[in-house]
Ligand binder design. Structure first.
Ligand code: GLN
Length: 223
């Protein structure tokens, strides 16, 4: 097991309300990082980072309110917890959502929901993201949003001609695609480094060729 710099915070949590929870847990496990499902206030104890998975942002924001978790997320964030939002998770973290009210407002970006069209307009591609990996990173976009503006304190990690796909500030990472749906561990390693898991620096993006999406079903059964 690999621990972070701050030994009292050696776990990465995955918000477990809706969406791609198992897939993120599976990637963290493959990196050897202690992980935990987060769905109630006590689960926030001792976590260095929180992943808000993809899913459906309207549904996720309602569940965050119903389970009264907004204060927990904001409280842990103020104490230094890092947050990574994938797809719907990125929508929840944005300062602005086109035509809708934002929720957490933790990164100065504007985002357009369903920016590529319907579910049928989902697609896979790959891109070089030098900050994240030396190898091209596979990208899966599922009814993805587009980041259409970034503020001054936001660093762009991946830009296409008419939209931004990955960006970060000191505490928050946002990706409009789904690294957890590919074999590649590069973004999970990148987020873990951001959370202080420095021992991962030289960990390869693809430690073995044996990845199978079936591993998620095992984690789902353990839930
Ligand atoms: N289209 C979804 C939304 O607006 C996000 C899709 C996803 O997370 N893959 O919430």
């Amino acid at each position: 097991m690999i621990y972070g710099e701050n030994s009292s915070k050696n776990t990465i949590g995955v918000l477990d309300l809706q969406g791609g929870v198992c897939e993120h847990l599976d990637h963290l496990e493959r990196l050897g990082i202690a992980s935990r499902r987060v769905k109630e206030p006590l689960d926030f104890e001792g976590i260095a980072g929180l992943i808000i998975p993809g899913g459906e942002s309207t549904c996720l924001s309602r569940l965050i309110r119903i389970f009264d978790l907004e204060g927990c997320i904001m409280g842990a964030f103020k104490k230094g917890m890092k947050i990574w939002g994938t797809c719907a998770g990125a929508i929840l973290l944005a300062n602005g959502i086109l035509g809708e009210n934002p929720l957490l407002k933790l990164i100065d970006i504007d985002i357009e929901r369903n920016g590529f069209g319907s579910q049928l307009d989902s697609f896979c591609t790959e891109a070089k993201i030098p900050d994240v990996s030396q190898e091209p990173v596979p990208l899966t976009f599922i009814r993805a949003p587009k980041i259409c503006r970034t503020g001054e304190n936001v660093r762009i990690l991946l830009r296409f001609p008419d939209y931004i796909a990955a960006a970060e500030n000191d505490q928050v990472l946002v990706t409009v695609f789904h690294p957890e749906l590919t074999p590649c561990l590069a973004f999970h390693r990148y987020f873990a480094l951001k959370c202080g898991f420095s021992a991962l620096e030289f960990f390869p993006s693809e430690p073995n060729g044996k990845w199978s999406s079936k591993s998620w079903t095992r984690l789902a059964r353990l839930a």
